[in-house]
Design a protein around this ligand. Structure first.
Ligand SMILES: [Mg+2]
Length: 385
């Protein structure tokens, strides 16, 4: 079997652009992958087009060799754009191999270690009574792990971190009081704080209020996270932007974080994810994968989650707490896809990823330019989105 075509589709699907990648073979078997560099899809399409020239004619079963060749056979290796391209290709090759062998992708990763994949959900209301009501609704619907909302994160122009810390901390404490000790509570700060601001936030809550703090600060400097580590006892959940095992290296080896927010569509696909999973297992770091994209990402991550030992929860954006903003029905685009059952994703036993894509409909869509908010502080300076 050889690869005969690689087709990237960066198209608007309901609520956002998705970068879907189809890899075709001479035997009629094809695979689908997805890239996760949201907002910069066109750059990734360009990288895929470069890779396509070498990939056509190669054996799609040689997944490990292809990963190494795409990474190492260039002088300027790695980075988020190239790794997002490699991720989609790697996932599509696993889909092809599973279909060709008649086995689900988890069988290619060592076999299934769990039958269903627990998820965590995210509240969408600003901190306040409605946020707590959403959390109670999620508990009633079967979730025992969730991310609560930080104040001000819907801002599109001005974001002043200190104006939101007190309110957010106060409502985290109220949420813990009302929701009880058993539910797992976290918050995603979307790397909007400095070390000092993150410390102020953490220190405004009694120990035990939150079970995880996601991305309080930017991740370029592990030493900054180590500094914050000395100022709070809340476990950290980080890594969704990481684009290789080497970016995880200092965090895992220095014991900085406790949950890996690994993103299979950015980190280098399933091949790279399995290496990071094993490395994390040795350091007792749990996997809490990032999953904000479409059904290809979800399906690939479900197979990954099924095949690793050190798994906690998979992110889902399909909960009732986000239905009013994200509740686009994509069944026409993806007639077969993972669907939640009681806050868990069942593990598909279909060959490959177990997702069907309506390519005709995908081809009818176009790319829509989207730019993340360019947030400013009140003094006019630029701050993190
Ligand atoms: Mg996050």
């Amino acid at each position: 079997m050889i690869i005969t075509a690689i087709k990237p589709y960066a198209v608007w699907v309901g609520i956002r652009n998705q970068l879907l990648v189809k890899v075709e073979t001479d035997e009629g078997i094809f695979g689908w992958g997805e890239s996760g560099l949201s907002g910069r899809e066109k750059a990734v399409v360009g990288a895929i087009e470069h890779y396509r020239e070498w990939l056509i004619g190669k054996n799609p079963f040689d997944i490990g060799m292809i990963w190494q060749a795409l990474y190492r056979s260039q002088y300027f290796e790695g980075g988020r754009v190239l790794q997002a391209a490699i991720s989609a290709i790697d996932i599509a090759l696993h889909d092809i191999k599973g279909k060709a062998l008649g086995v689900p992708v988890y069988e290619l990763l060592g076999g299934k270690q769990r039958d269903r994949i627990p998820t965590f959900a995210t509240t969408s209301a600003e901190p306040g009574p409605e946020m707590i009501e959403q959390a109670k609704m999620l508990i009633a619907a079967g979730w025992n792990c969730m991310r609560l909302s930080p104040s001000g994160h819907g801002s599109s122009e001005i974001y002043e971190p200190r104006e939101h810390i007190g309110t957010t901390a106060k409502w985290m404490v109220k949420a813990r009081e009302e929701l009880g000790e058993d539910v797992v509570l976290g918050i995603d700060y979307h790397h909007r704080l400095s070390v000092a601001e993150a410390a102020s936030f953490c220190q405004k809550m009694p120990s035990g209020t939150l079970d995880f703090l996601e991305e309080p600060i930017r991740d370029e400097t592990p030493e900054a996270y180590e500094s914050l580590r000395t100022l709070t006892d809340i476990p950290f959940a980080i890594g969704e932007e990481f684009a290789s095992k080497w970016q995880f290296l200092p965090y895992i080896e220095r014991g900085i974080h406790q949950f890996n927010r690994i993103d299979v569509c950015n980190v280098g696909g399933l091949t790279e994810s399995m290496k990071i999973a094993g490395w994390s297992e040795a350091h007792y770091v749990d996997l809490m994968p990032h999953n904000p994209l479409g059904p290809i990402c979800t399906a690939a991550t479900v197979h990954f989650a099924a095949a690793v030992a050190n798994f906690s929860w998979l992110e889902t954006r399909a909960s009732p707490a986000e239905a009013h903003i994200l509740g686009f029905d994509n069944s026409d685009f993806f007639p077969v896809q993972p669907r939640l059952e009681n806050a868990c994703y069942p593990v598909s036993d279909a060959p490959g990823l177990g997702v069907e894509v309506n390519e005709d409909l995908v081809q009818q869509q176009s790319f829509k330019f989207w730019q993340a908010p360019m947030l400013r502080r009140r003094d006019g300076s630029v701050t993190n989105w």
